[in-house]
Design a protein around this ligand. Structure first.
Ligand SMILES: Cc1cc2nc3c(=O)[nH]c(=O)nc-3n(C[C@H](O)[C@H](O)[C@H](O)COP(=O)(O)O)c2cc1C
Length: 189
């Protein structure tokens, strides 16, 4: 069921570093992403794939994790991403990038791979780590790995806090606003 896949395609930030994502799996993800729609069917996005421990360590140093978890500095050694996809393009079209990124995240979930889109990174350092060609812009990074955390979705009303949190068992909770509060004119249901 598609809804179940969407539910599973969470933002994972802790991974099993012993079970690395392979170059072949990354290529499979791009083979799905290439089928996604783009404005005017221009297909201007390009993808840099990183999967070696050395390349991953270099990019890890450039990215910021989970802004709401103030006491968590990001994944510890042993639970860091084992692959990354850098989405680059000629323009700043966020819509095309978003469609490609979510298509990759859904395909990854289907393959048992966890993903986290990362928009908060050191631009200069990340460009270098991803070897982004001079003429292209780095739009978004996707961190990938075999999931090593439990994530639970929580239904909330629009008036409640949207900040994700971890409980005493280290389970990650992600609040999602109920449909009635998202559809204009149905707020009173
Ligand atoms: C455009 C975009 C940028 C994001 N940037 C970051 C980021 O820099 N660091 C991070 O830890 N998570 C990042 N995330 C993940 C969001 O925090 C996450 O989607 C949100 O907490 C909801 O969790 P969920 O994806 O499991 O539904 C980003 C997500 C999107 C869509």
């Amino acid at each position: 069921m598609f809804t179940e896949l969407v539910r599973r395609a969470r933002s994972y930030r802790r991974f099993d570093e012993a079970d690395r994502v392979t170059e072949g799996e990354l290529r499979e993800l791009i083979n799905v992403a290439r089928l996604a729609p783009s404005g005017g069917n221009m297909q201007t996005l390009r993808f840099r794939l990183l999967w070696t421990a050395e390349d991953c360590a270099a990019l890890f140093a450039c990215v910021a994790w989970a802004g709401y978890l103030k006491d968590w500095p990001g994944p510890a050694e042993g639970e860091r991403p084992t692959a990354y996809i850098g989405i680059v393009g000629t323009d700043e079209c966020n819509v095309n990038t978003g469609i490609a990124a979510q298509t990759i995240q859904l395909a990854a979930a289907e393959m048992g791979i966890g993903a986290c889109m990362i928009g908060s990174f050191n631009r200069t350092a990340a460009r270098e780590a991803l070897r982004v060609p001079e003429e292209l812009k780095l739009q978004l990074i996707i961190a990938l790995g075999r999931p090593a955390e439990t994530i639970v979705l929580e239904d909330i009303r629009a008036s409640e806090s949207i900040e994700y949190y971890r409980d005493e068992s280290d389970v990650h909770h992600v609040p999602k606003i109920v449909a009635a509060d998202l559809i204009l004119g149905r707020e009173r249901e």
